[in-house]
Design a protein around this ligand. Structure first.
Ligand code: MLT
Length: 239
């Protein structure tokens, strides 16, 4: 009998309904930049992050005195304290703080996954630590890519493919969906030079046009942290 668990890939939040309910553990991925910024925030000492899908929810928290970040289409939303750059968290003001964050795709993906048993945050920044933690979970895992406004994107898919490849190589997991197999092959061809491979990705171009090259380089540099953020009662905290 095959006792292996599944690790599969959903390319966009819009496709999540076709996977929903079959997986106990969801890894939400938004390499550029939401889940990378979240990992960077925890690496830099933040206490918790409340992800919210809409600007209205973010505004509501702001009105109640919370520290709130909001980003749409790569830019800080007017009236909010910060946006989605990992560098915004790299200062002492955030140490030990609870913040609220709303982003174009990443926090939307976190929100739609939030009724799953376990939801964790994945990025290239915490890739090895995340994979080592996932290996021992013995659960059916879905990597949910945030994409861009419900369209496929390369960077999230490559990160999901890296997770599949690692877990399949442990012998404890298998992938059945073509989306997962394709993600794995994309990762294998990209990994020789991820920065070069992603040169033409749509969101990389979008961020470059906004002069956010440093964010791109940071988010595409694997394994800069061992933190694995997990969603508990609507809040992301460090495992
Ligand atoms: C998102 O949530 O769509 C992103 O992280 C966009 C960005 O700020 O780069």
């Amino acid at each position: 009998m095959d006792t292996r668990k599944n690790v599969e890939v959903c390319y966009t939040p819009g496709e999540y309904e076709y996977f929903k309910g079959e997986y106990d553990l969801i890894v939400v991925i938004d390499v550029l930049r939401a889940t990378s910024a979240i990992c960077a925030a925890f690496e830099n000492g933040i206490r918790s992050i409340i992800p919210v899908a809409t600007i209205e929810e973010a505004q509501d928290y702001k009105d109640r005195g919370f520290l709130v970040g909001a980003e749409r289409k790569g830019q800080i939303v007017e009236g909010f304290d910060f946006g989605n750059s990992p560098y915004s968290y790299m200062n002492e003001d955030f140490i030990g703080k609870d913040v609220v964050l709303s982003t174009t795709n990443g926090t939307k993906a976190l929100s739609i996954a939030s009724d799953a048993e376990t939801v964790v945050v994945g990025s290239l920044l915490n890739l090895d630590a995340l994979c080592e933690w996932l290996e021992n979970q013995d659960k059916n895992i879905l990597c949910l890519c945030s994409g861009w406004q419900d369209k496929f994107n390369l960077e999230d898919t490559i990160c999901a493919g890296a997770i599949c490849d690692y877990l399949i190589n442990t012998g404890k997991y298998t992938s059945n969906e073509d989306s997962s197999i394709a993600a794995k092959y994309l990762y294998l061809s990209a990994w020789v030079n991820p920065l070069g491979y992603l040169k033409s990705s749509s969101h990389r171009r979008r961020l470059k046009n906004l002069d956010l090259n440093e964010d791109i380089k940071y988010c595409l540099t694997p394994n800069q942290t061992r933190v694995v953020p997990i969603l508990r009662d609507g809040k992301l905290v460090k495992i």
